[in-house]
Design a protein around this ligand. Structure first.
Ligand code: MTE
Length: 322
């Protein structure tokens, strides 16, 4: 069951520091810090973390379904930049540097440039949103994410009328991300949404989960969560957001176009060519392994968010546009 709270208010583009000013300010502060030994500039780690705990208010969506234990959500992951095994991200992402971090905003918008993560985050109150996340591999989790509305952020850059899609990109840094040293996917990992999907109140950028800063293996410091789509749309460790007129390429569609489409809405009626999408295993306690033997549950259309998002796809043939 979904419960709605009040919507977060929009914020002004003027609150974001453009790249040139940001760089100058950083240089000044670094000079000041070198002279005095004091860092006056709050880093994203300082904004996000007070001994790992976050300052959060309840968000507009929640569920009373049993939550996946933190241990499973943070140790059974897909993050191919750190390996293809489910346990690889937790093993190999521990030294991944997420601070300082910046995000480049480009394309069809009035305000573009590279922005420090702290400037991206500053005006947004962090909310907890308890969402189901369903992987195309037919397992699912219920996770209390901490983040803010993606639409509220995008509006601050004032996208223009040509901004019909939003493309996202993950960091490309094979030195830090061992999985990128092999061509298992074309790097960097890329994803995209139609602008109305990106602006939908269910779409969020997450910086934490279970009340804490995101563990690296879950996509720190900033990842997308689109709960009505298969998990692979929820791109991790984002460094670029690009507004564009045409539909952007996506990593899994490039890798296997017959298996993964652009939309990738959770749809029990459209099977993956190699397996059914009608049922799923919920990771809701016990080990991930024991849940493999658990009774499967029916997958819901749009992962149970049909009431909220079905209208985005009116008139579309979702068997063709999978
Ligand atoms: N983002 C990047 N950059 N690289 C990835 O390999 N895997 C996707 C998605 N985001 C992936 C990614 C897939 S397939 C899934 S199911 C979810 O992340 C898994 O998120 P989780 O590990 O937090 O459960």
């Amino acid at each position: 069951m979904l419960i709605r709270y009040q919507k977060a208010s929009d914020t002004l583009a003027s609150e974001i520091t453009p790249e040139a000013i940001y760089k100058k300010r950083r240089a000044l502060i670094h000079g000041f810090a070198a002279l005095t030994g004091i860092t006056a500039f709050p880093t994203s780690a300082a904004i996000l973390s007070n001994k790992g705990q976050l300052n959060i208010k309840p968000g507009p969506y929640t569920t009373n379904e049993t939550q996946t234990p933190y241990e499973d959500a943070s140790s059974y992951n897909n993050f191919y930049e750190f390996g293809t095994g489910k346990r690889d991200p937790a093993s190999y992402a521990q030294d991944f540097r997420t601070d300082p971090w910046s995000v480049e905003i480009s394309g069809e918008a009035d305000l573009t440039g590279r922005f420090a993560l702290e400037d991206i985050l500053k005006p947004h109150a962090l909310e907890e949103r308890i969402y189901r996340l369903r992987c195309v591999e037919a397992w699912s989790m219920v996770i209390p994410w901490v983040g803010f509305s993606l639409g509220d952020l995008l509006k601050r850059f004032r996208p223009n009328s040509k901004a019909k899609y939003v493309a996202f990109e993950t960091l490309h840094d094979p030195k830090q991300m061992p999985g990128q040293r092999s061509p298992v996917l074309e790097w960097p990992y890329v994803e995209g949404l139609r602008i109305d999907e990106a602006m939908h109140p269910l779409s969020i950028l997450a910086v934490g989960m279970y009340g804490k800063v995101l563990p690296n293996q879950n996509g720190a410091p900033l990842r997308l969560i689109v709960p009505w789509k298969y998990g692979f749309k929820s791109i991790k460790s984002i460094v670029k957001i690009h507004f564009q007129e045409t539909q952007p390429p996506t990593s899994w569609n490039k890798a296997a176009p017959k298996e993964y489409g652009f939309y990738s809405n959770v749809n029990p009626l459209v099977d993956h060519p190699r397996w059914s999408q009608a049922k799923e295993r919920r990771l809701d306690g016990g080990s991930a392994l024991s849940s493999l033997f658990q009774k499967k549950r029916e997958t819901q259309m749009f992962n149970g968010y049909a009431e909220d998002v079905a209208s985005l796809y009116t008139g579309m043939d979702l068997r063709k546009l999978y």
